[in-house]
Ligand binder design. Sequence first.
Ligand code: GDP
Length: 315
Amino acid sequence: MGLRRSGKSSIQKVVFHKMSPNETLFLESTNKICREDVSNSSFVNFQIWDFPGQIDFFDPTFDYEMIFRGTGALIFVIDSQDDYMEALARLHLTVTSAYKVNPDINFEVFIHKVDGLSDDHKIETQRDIHQRANDDLTDAGLEKIHLSFYLTSIYDHSIFEAFSKVVQKLIPQLPTLENLLNIFISNSGIEKAFLFDVVSKIYIATDSTPVDMQTYELCCDMIDVVIDISCIYGLKGAGTPYDKESLAIIKLNNTTVLYLKQVTKFLALVCFVREESFERKGLIDYNFHCFRKAIQEVFEVRVKVLRSRKHLSQI
Ligand code: GDP
């Protein structure tokens, strides 16, 4: 959610539809509620609701209770290049209304369009928005509502990074995935590994070493290269550009190797390996085989649990 022109549609198009940021200049502003399912093409089994900013919570025709009851995360977008006082008032109203219906929602605030701000200005804007939003909650006696803040822009990878964090909070298996990644990299001499949703370039898990933005950007670029090459030269008949055989190795000129392999229909593992460790590729491939099996089992359990729940509710 967020005010008109804050950048909601642009974020959706850039993250989920590979639109280039410059093309968003020509997007029509959102003025009705739109719903989009991204579950058919992506691991992230969810719907996006794009809300126009000026929603009247007291309008009886708008059943926000129904929507918020099933919501995992509410992202509120604030245009940092504009005067944000009205946005803050809207944020407060939105968060408090949603919290009343569903106290389990994660509230995520994207301080957006920060590409136009200097580094000092970014920090200052984040501090100011953080302070004011939390003061408003305290004044209303709702300090228990937790808001998370992210500095974002569609002109760099910050929007993908922020979306990754938002999505990770919604994945119950995250600790298991992180654990598997830790075991995999430490037994294979790998520096860093990410598990990516290929379509959106959201990383749904990584090992516990720190994430640095450059490494993440390289991984995103690699996915783009692989999919583009595959689309141009690899499609036979009705094939898809990403399948069981998908695999790529890119050697950089700084003795690092980037290694990408398919894990499931939607997920890819992207690793950073030193050249000397990559000489033991047989070991990496064997460990990868075990890793892939484990990941598939993790998600099979989830499917079984979901099926049995459905079955129970039918009974
Ligand atoms: P909506 O009404 O909230 O859906 O807003 P739009 O997505 O239509 O975006 C409004 C304008 O903001 C468009 O001209 C976008 O190009 C621009 N915009 C969106 N995101 C960014 C960003 O990260 N940085 C900059 N500088 N402009 C952005």
